[in-house]
Design a protein around this ligand. Sequence first.
Ligand code: G3H
Length: 191
Amino acid sequence: LTYWWCLQHGESDNNVLGKIGGDANLSPRGVQYAVSLARHMNAQQIPDLRVWTSQLRRTKQTAQDICATKEHFDALNELDAGVCEGLTYEEMADQFPQEFAWRDQDKLRYRYPWGESYLDIMGRLEPVFLELEHMENVLVVSHQAVLRCVLGYFLGKKPEELPYINVPLHTIIKLTTEGYSCRLEFIKLPV
Ligand code: G3H
């Protein structure tokens, strides 16, 4: 029986504004979450805890107060929305109606111009999956689209289901694996 954890960064300023992508800081609520997350993790005194974050500010800030060895990976960065980075979905529909419609038709394969698709993320996560399969005591702090891929992979979901998996905000997801089966536990923290 082995277990590890994954979670989304706390609420960011771009989350509040409804903007896609970017490299925003945590919102005041996100900062509060980072504090209660550190309190929760530190209280458990997990031996040799390691924290993996993306290279973006919001995941680093979320993990900031956790006592652990930290590493930052490009592979854990959020889906690159290319020309749509920094837009709201409304602005995207307005400025790039054809792109918006294509994405709606095939969210798994749709690649933003100069950006990525969910399938691209699955590709760049491959080395991460290989490591996670025989790791313990790792806490992965990443982003919604990336964590959908991570959960989908470990739960054996169909590729088409990936872009729609629910990854709740301000919630620690504990994954326990036993052989080929994987169980999830959701720990919602008060913010
Ligand atoms: O922009 C990044 C979001 O996490 C992706 O969400 O694929 O539902 O647009 P979405």
